[in-house]
Design a protein around this ligand. Structure first.
Ligand code: NAP
Length: 333
């Protein structure tokens, strides 16, 4: 009988209950590939979109989700240089992370520095690269500027608040009231977005609007985000949580690209996987910088809870309640 490993498989579109534990045959790495034993995998809202079967970069169902991993090289394919068995590595996998083993081309992996743990590494790949690239490659913030972050207590939101503070930017974080302590601890002024339109709440604090807005929500939230930015400011959208259906998504893009310009703001949409597939170089440059910041304790990924890797379903059930501030990481030490 072939040796097997365990994984959590998305078996059909639905709620967290469609995630099932399965046993899969262990395969040898092909030429140019690594086989990695997964030690930690990140969980985020994008996994919730995967469950619906509508995520653009997901393979055909059934598949093993898991967007980002830390692990240890377990076997090395022919022709691979620069990696050895036992080495700690990280990757933006997009799928495949919720399994004890993962096969992927070696070019997707980066070494993890000794100073940072597997849990820390898995917690920063998606959220902190997303935040870093929006801040430094898209918005190009400058010290002394101001920024509004929506979904501020979430995984990407907390990464944005930490990295913006490090960049010398004054931050405002829109979050539900029970998460305001998290926002405050990250040096931002919390805003209860349920108390009214975000542009009105923002302008009560910054009369002319902020220099930059980073929006996790999307949909109808983009209009108020544009109005929350000052003339000449930027609005970077990256999430769809508030865009229900294709029409709402289309309207959001029109508003972001055309509406923003008509109102004298620069609108942009950021997508980590879209960019990584086009050119992996920026992520390969930025992730080591983020690992460096964690090692120097300049940033601290807020890992609120860990679950065993094969309990991915419980982790996603918890995330779906909307009660999590920060990040959930699965571990398989
Ligand atoms: N484009 C990219 O490259 C990229 C990369 C990573 C993630 N994403 C996307 O970014 C979004 C955020 O991801 P995440 O992992 O940070 O999520 P998360 O950790 O689940 O946090 C999202 C936060 O947004 C708030 N929220 C949820 N639904 C909302 C709504 N309808 N209106 C207002 N606030 C809402 C929640 O807090 P409150 O209690 O404060 O409402 C929550 O803290 C997701 O859509 C994800 O798919 C995109």
């Amino acid at each position: 009988m072939a040796a097997t490993y365990r994984a959590v498989m998305l078996t059909k579109a639905g709620g967290p209950n469609v995630l099932q534990r399965v046993e899969l045959p262990i395969e040898q790495p092909g030429p140019g590939e690594l086989r990695v034993r997964v030690t930690a995998a990140g969980v985020g809202s994008t996994d919730l979109i995967m469950l619906t079967g509508k995520y653009l970069y997901a393979p055909k169902i059934p598949f093993v989700p898991g967007y980002e991993i830390a692990g240890v090289v377990d076997a090395v394919g022919v022709g691979v240089t620069g990696f050895k068995v036992g080495q700690r590595v990280a990757a933006l996998t997009v799928h495949g992370g919720y399994g004890e083993l993962l096969l992927r081309e070696a070019k997707h992996f980066l070494p993890i520095p000794d100073e940072i743990s597997d849990v820390e590494a898995a917690a920063v790949i998606l959220n902190y690269v997303t935040a870093w690239q929006m801040i430094h490659r898209v918005a190009k913030v400058r010290p002394g500027q101001t920024a509004l972050v929506t979904g501020a207590a979430g995984g990407v939101g907390t990464a944005l608040l930490q990295l913006l503070r490090l960049a010398g930017v004054k931050t405002y974080g829109a979050a539900s009231a029970k998460k305001h302590d998290t926002v405050r601890k990250l040096g931002a002024t919390p805003i209860d977005y349920r108390a009214g339109p975000i542009d009105r709440l923002m302008r009560a604090l910054e009369q002319n609007g902020v220099d930059h807005v980073f929006d996790a929500i999307g949909g109808a939230n983009i209009g108020p985000c544009i109005r929350a930015a000052r003339r000449g400011g930027t609005v970077v959208g990256y999430g769809f949580m508030g865009a229900a259906g294709k029409l709402a998504t289309l309207a959001m893009f029109i508003n972001l690209f055309v509406g923003a310009r008509l109102r004298g703001r620069r609108g942009a949409f950021y997508g980590i996987t879209m960019l990584y597939r086009k050119d992996p170089k920026p992520l390969r440059e930025d992730l080591p910088k983020i690992f460096g910041l964690v090692a120097e304790k300049k940033i601290d990924p807020l890992v609120m809870q860990t679950f065993p890797l094969l309990d991915a379903r419980r982790a996603i059930e918890l995330l779906a309640t909307g009660s999590v501030a920060g990040k959930i990481v699965l571990t398989n030490a």
